[in-house]
Write a protein that binds this ligand. Structure first.
Ligand code: FES
Ligand code: FES
Length: 158
């Protein structure tokens, strides 16, 4: 079935109108229809974590979520993480401080996962951080720096 849905999505505190076919994922709606390209497309099948965003504060894979499923819920993307006055989120600052990236392609997804991981309280040890960040792959192998950044951000925000 085709046809177009006129959706109203709450993204980073703003109401955005988007007209998409029912099969369009949240990832494609963000990137292709709304110009929010900070959320990355890696595998497009739920295996890499590059597309991680938050819905109602929970991390979700935008490539496995239909845009229509997100209507009426609060969506946060990497573009909405910094303070409106420009101050970086503590996790963003920690990633910079610890050089927790190389090419940067996985980084928005890593940061969105890390924010949720800290909020979930899964940062009691490096092993726990590794386990709860394991859905986010990094082809550059920046894992040890990512764990250090998450640990520091968790300590800073506790
Ligand atoms: S692009 Fe969604 S998990 Fe890889
Ligand atoms: S920094 Fe390149 S994929 Fe993670």
């Amino acid at each position: 079935m085709t046809g177009t849905l006129n959706l109203k999505l709450d993204i980073n505190g703003e109401s955005r109108d988007v007209a998409v076919e029912p099969r369009v994922t949240l990832l494609d709606a963000l990137r292709e229809h709304l110009g929010l390209t900070g959320t990355k497309k890696g595998c497009d099948q739920g295996q890499c974590g590059a597309c991680t965003v938050h819905i109602d504060g929970q991390r979700v894979l935008a490539c496995l979520t239909l845009a229509a499923q997100a209507e009426g819920r609060a969506i946060t993307t990497i573009e909405g993480l910094a303070d409106p006055n420009g101050a970086l989120h503590p996790v963003q600052s920690a990633f910079l401080e610890h050089d927790a990236f190389q090419c940067g392609y996985c980084t928005p997804g890593q940061i969105m996962s890390a924010v949720a991981c800290i909020r979930e309280g899964h940062t009691k040890s490096d092993n726990e951080i590794r386990e709860y960040m394991s859905g986010n792959l990094c082809r550059c192998g920046a894992y040890s720096h990512i764990v250090a950044a998450v640990r520091e951000a968790a300590e800073a925000t506790s």
